[in-house]
Structures are given as structure tokens and as C-alpha cells.
Design a protein around this ligand. Sequence first.
Ligand code: SAH
Length: 367
Amino acid sequence: MSQQPGQLTFVAPRRAKPARHLADLSMADRRAAVTELGEKAFRADQLSRHYFERLTTDVAAMTDLPAASRDKLSALLPSLLTPVKELATDGGTTRKTLWKLFDGALVESVLMRYPDRATMCVSSQAGCGMNCPFCATGQAGLTRNMSTAEIVEQVVAGARALAAGEVPGGPGRVSNVVFMGMGEPLANYKQVIGAVRRMVEPAPHGLGISARGVTVSTVGLVPAIGKLADEGLPVTLALSLHAPDDELRDTLVPINTRWKVAEVLDAAWAYAAKTKRRVSIEYALIKDINDQEWRADLLGKLVRNKLVHVNLIPLNPTPGSKWTASRPEDERAFVRRLQFHGVPVTVRDTRGREIDGACGQLAAADA
Ligand code: SAH
């Protein structure tokens, strides 16, 4: 369903839920689920080791389980994601996968391998209700929330490809996860927190990814940022600001009509104070829209002397949008103004542009 300009959708349409999966459950719930199936509780630990450590869902290969148990336990490993299309660029080190979910909903994830790390960019919703006019995902509206296991499965798929040596650079592992694919993670709070817990739990109970390697990116749902700060999960918070003034941000990030720049920044500083984690401010540079020096100045004044890092993203093109990336000289001037205020700033590389896999380009068209 496409949205009117500025319209926000918080509540996902009611839909049938995906099957329950091991990755949906805490360790205690896994043991209970296994017992319900008539198996000994410790089978949950064995099953977890197969899934989170060996990255396998093939019960036939789980030779430490009795044959009769394997059949029963396979109920906890339903297939949730079916690959529909895979595109690669950067010599195979950037790979975008289009997935079909059990009900036909489409989502995308992107694996980016660098010399020193491998980052999995995951979706948390099919579509998005936040309606930012420069983002391809926002244009199609919200189809539904993803389950915890559907989110985790994207990371497991990337981990599997790396472990199998399918990505140039030799066998490797996922070191970072960014919730910068489709969807607004904090609008699907419970499932996203569950997924983060599975990612950061040490193996064999979880994937054993460091919490500081996980980034939750949000348009700025203020109450949810407060909740996140209290989870005891020191993940990195990225705030999609894109404008330092309410007048422009109201149009670029429509959630701003509900929570203003000052409020969302306060929430970000509170998050930094509580978690001791540097907050990342995301700012897509859009030619002649938000890239003026006076806006850089205003941004610099708002964020200077805070535990912050500004990430400038040259706008990635999206279908039907009249906007483009800033001129190189304007980008340079913007960086200089922020540096003048002593603000740490980097310009993000735009990996995956050629395959529509860069920030804001994920639209999951099955073409
Ligand atoms: N809903 C979340 C996460 C998804 S988007 C959020 O908005 O933060 C991940 C990042 O890509 C966000 O900072 C988003 O604003 C940015 N982005 C969206 N469209 C973009 C585009 N066309 N070019 C560059 N960055 C874009």
C-alpha cells in the first residue's frame, strides 16, 4: 500500500505469523519447546549448537541426535527465507539477496565484506511505515513486521556464506550487523530486541557477535530510544537526522512532526550517557536541499561536545525521486564546517549502488 506524503504507519497490518523457529526463543524457552515436543531439555542445547555455531538446519546431518528425535526437533527449524535473487558487486564482496518470506512478502539483506570486517545489513520489516520521501523502502508503505527468527536468519545466511568461503577473501565470520535494511527497527521493537539478543548471546546459545558491532538505526522514535537504553544491550544507536531544523526535517523525516529535533537529540544524548556508546548521526547529503553551509553550522552547534559521530551519506538515487547527491564542493564544505566545530565526521562509502543495495535503495522489487 503506498502512502500519502507525510503519512505515518506505526501499526503493521494483521497478517498470519511465520512458523515458530528456534531463533525466536530464549534458551529457557527453547528448553521448554523441546520438552513440549517430548524430548529431553538438553536437546535444546544440541540443537542450538547446530544452528548458531555450525549454522546448519539440516537435521539429517545432526548425528549426535537419535533419528527419532531429529524428526521431532526439525519442527523448530522451519524454512523461513527463500532466496529469490542474488546480486553481487565489488568483486563479489558486496552481495544483496532478495528473500521471499512464507507469505510472499519480500525483503532484502546486504553482505559487505571489508579487509577487516564483514557487515550484514538486515531488514526488520517488509516495507516501512515511516515514509521518508528520499528512501525507496518508504515509498511502498508497510507490509508487515518481521519475526525475530526472520531477522536472525538473514545474519545466519551471511555467516554461512562467509564460513563456506563463498565470499572472496577466504572463510570469515559476520563481525557487524546494521539494522539499515528495510523497515524501522524501533517500530518492530520486541522482535528486533529478540533478534539482537540472539546475535549477541555467546555461542552456542547465540551467534556471539559483539553488541558494539550491532547498530540499530532509527528515524527517531523517542520513547523506544529510551526503552532501548534500558535493555542493557550496548548496541550502537544511529539516528537518521538528515536536517538540523524542524522545518526541513518535518518533510524529510515525517516522524519529526511527532518528535522534534531537540527531543530526538535529547533522547540520543541520554542513550549515549547510559550506554557510554558514541551515537552515530546519519545525514544523507541532498543537493540544494539540506547541504547548505548554514545547516552544517547549525548541525555542528547542536552536536558539538557530545559523544557523537556524524556519518554523511551521499544521497543514493531512488526511482522517481528528483533529488540527487550534493556537489563534491558542497560536500567538502559541509565536512569542513562540522570539523570547525570539532565534530568527528566521515563520509560513508556508497557500497552496493550498482545493485540498488545501498542505503535507501532497498525496495524488494521481484524483477
Ligand atoms: N528506518 C531506519 C533504518 C533504515 S535506513 C532509519 O531510517 O534509520 C538506513 C539509513 O539509510 C538511514 O539513515 C536512512 O535515512 C538512509 N537512507 C535512506 N534513503 C537513503 C538514500 N536514498 N540515500 C542515502 N541514504 C539513505
